[in-house]
Ligand binder design. Structure first.
Ligand SMILES: Cc1cc2nc3c(=O)[nH]c(=O)nc-3n(C[C@H](O)[C@H](O)[C@H](O)COP(=O)(O)OP(=O)(O)OC[C@H]3O[C@@H](n4cnc5c(N)ncnc54)[C@H](O)[C@@H]3O)c2cc1C
Length: 492
């Protein structure tokens, strides 16, 4: 096969890979996406058991504008392909003593909640939102989503005043403390750090854009679940002419004289490509798809997760769409997970009851329940783990829910399955079973994150959670555009 410059293979049909494929097709590239599984979407997959449909990974969709822009780039309208249902109140936090905080995109409702926990906090809330809005603009429109050749060029993407505003050097917790005193508000807004692989006492202050983004842009649920959005993105890629081959595992990226020249599939066939974009987790790509494996040190990763998917008869009383059960002592819980690499005594966890927004995800009269709790990475789990550990952790979550009056008795459970970090690793080749990819500590953000173009191998690029700009559905979709821009610029 001829190796013209405008030809690219994408390994993996995660959202980042699909986004890169779309942007490359729009630039006239001949694109094939190789996906080892039978379905696309990667972590954002779908599981169907006995008529119950579960989103496997992401359940909280924010920044719908990113998906609108993706469709608009192809001259299409997202709203004609997916119906986005608003989820408001967005997230409810519950503490062991029964105290609660419910977030909402409705500012009057939000202000009432903050006022209840911290009397007189209205001006602090207003100041926090204004401050985080500026940070969000700097991160999402300037620093975070532009390719740069190095730290200096990256920093030049924003002015000095804007850089000072990012609070990169301050921790997320101390940034929040500039506005709030209530430990409950601080714990709730700081809990978002978990998704980015650190504690709010360690991750940089700019990450206050996470709770801000959820409040300002709301949470959304595509009708039919997150997977219907993934399918829409897949259809968009195919309609533009991208070839997506499922059940096609790449076992090696073929490199000669320091340049990529193709991929070798697990059946031994070799296909020739001048450009290869790996949507496989970066450290997995480097260790398993390159021969010899790259000697580069793997990045620090976000934790693993235990996810439980339950089909229920009826609906659990008192459970809204998104609920986060926080411990009494957030600091101890974060330290156990990130410093001591063990399951905390009081695990924080997330419960998702999407049937509250879209009842059609379950058979009539039934509902689905998804539980997620962070756990250590595979190399920190016991070598021969007690096979009962997932069930016992699930029981602890259910017992905690029961203490808050949300009962999930065994007879209500029509079906159930659980995925440990080993399952996540096996299915999607997630390095060390890390759920969200490389962590977002300061040394792994912006120009210090694994770049989307390999430093040593010509024609090899990366896209997805562990490269730049980072993890999360909207972020990897933006990353797909950035990687495509690199490839297109290099082809000229
Ligand atoms: C449990 C969980 C909950 C999450 N919750 C949220 C949330 O609520 N909101 C949010 O925005 N984000 C969430 N995320 C993060 C989000 O899902 C990810 O950041 C994003 O989906 C990752 O996309 P990606 O482009 O990195 O591709 P991935 O999803 O990592 O997909 C990579 C693809 O490559 C394929 N592949 C691997 N090896 C090969 C090979 N050798 N050959 C061919 N194909 C291969 C895999 O099968 C997979 O399909 C969550 C993640 C997890 C795991």
């Amino acid at each position: 096969m001829s190796a013209g410059p405008k030809r690219a293979a994408v390994i993996g049909a995660g959202l980042g890979g699909l986004s890169a494929a779309i942007h490359l097709r729009l630039a006239g590239f001949d694109v094939t996406v190789y996906e080892r599984n039978d379905q696309v979407g990667g972590r954002a997959g779908q599981l169907e058991i006995e008529g119950f449909r579960f989103d496997t990974g992401p359940t909280l969709l924010n920044y719908p504008w990113v998906f609108e822009e993706l469709f608009a780039a192809a001259g299409a309208r997202l709203s004609e392909h997916v119906e986005l249902l608003p989820v408001d109140p967005t997230v409810r936090f519950i503490w062991p003593d029964g105290e609660e905080l419910t977030l909402s995109s409705d500012l009057a409702t939000l202000a009432r909640e903050f006022e209840r926990l911290e009397p007189g906090s209205l001006s602090a809330l207003t100041a926090f939102l204004a401050d985080a809005e500026l940070k969000y603009g700097i991160a999402m429109r300037k620093l975070g989503v532009r390719n740069a050749s190095g730290a200096i060029q990256w920093l030049r993407g924003a002015g000095l005043r804007e850089l000072l505003h990012t609070s990169m050097w301050r921790s997320m917790r101390s940034e929040l403390r500039r506005f709030f005193r209530s430990p409950r508000i601080l714990d709730a807004l700081g809990s978002y750090a978990m998704y980015l692989g650190g504690s709010p006492w360690r991750l940089p202050g700019i990450l206050t854009i996470l709770p801000y983004g959820e409040i300002a842009y709301g949470l959304w649920m595509p009708r039919g679940g997150i997977y219907s959005l993934v399918r829409a993105v897949e259809r968009l890629a195919v309609s533009l002419g991208a070839r997506i081959v499922t059940g096609a595992e790449v076992q090696r990226i073929v490199v000669a004289d320091g340049r990529v020249c193709g991929v070798e599939l697990s059946d031994g066939t070799e296909e020739w490509w001048p450009t290869v974009i790996s949507n496989v987790d970066v450290p997995t790509t480097r260790r398993e798809l390159l021969t010899p494996p790259s000697a580069e040190r793997p990045p620090e990763m976000t934790p693993g997760v235990l996810t439980c998917y339950m089909g229920l008869r009826g609906r659990p009383d008192g459970l809204g769409h998104h609920t986060i059960f926080l411990p009494f002592d957030s600091r101890a819980s974060f330290d156990a997970l990130f410093d001591e690499q063990r399951v905390p005594e009081e695990p924080a966890f997330y419960a998702c009851a999407p049937s509250a927004t879209d009842p059609d995800l379950a058979p009539p009269g039934c509902s689905t329940l998804y539980l997620l709790t962070p756990v250590p990475l595979i190399d920190r789990l016991p070598q021969t783990p007690d096979p009962a550990w997932p069930a016992s952790l699930r029981d602890r979550m259910i017992a905690r829910m029961e203490r808050h009056g949300i009962a999930i008795p065994p007879e209500q459970r029509a079906c159930e399955t659980m995925w440990t970090p080993h399952d996540w690793q096996r299915r999607y080749r997630l390095y060390n079973g890390s759920a969200f990819g490389a962590s977002h500590r300061l040394g792994q953000m912006g120009p210090w994150r694994c770049p989307n173009r390999d430093r040593k191998i010509g024609g090899l690029y990366y896209v997805g959670a562990s490269t730049t700009p980072g993890t999360g559905m909207p972020t990897v979709v933006l990353g797909g555009r950035m990687t495509a821009e690199r490839v297109i610029a290099d082809a000229h």
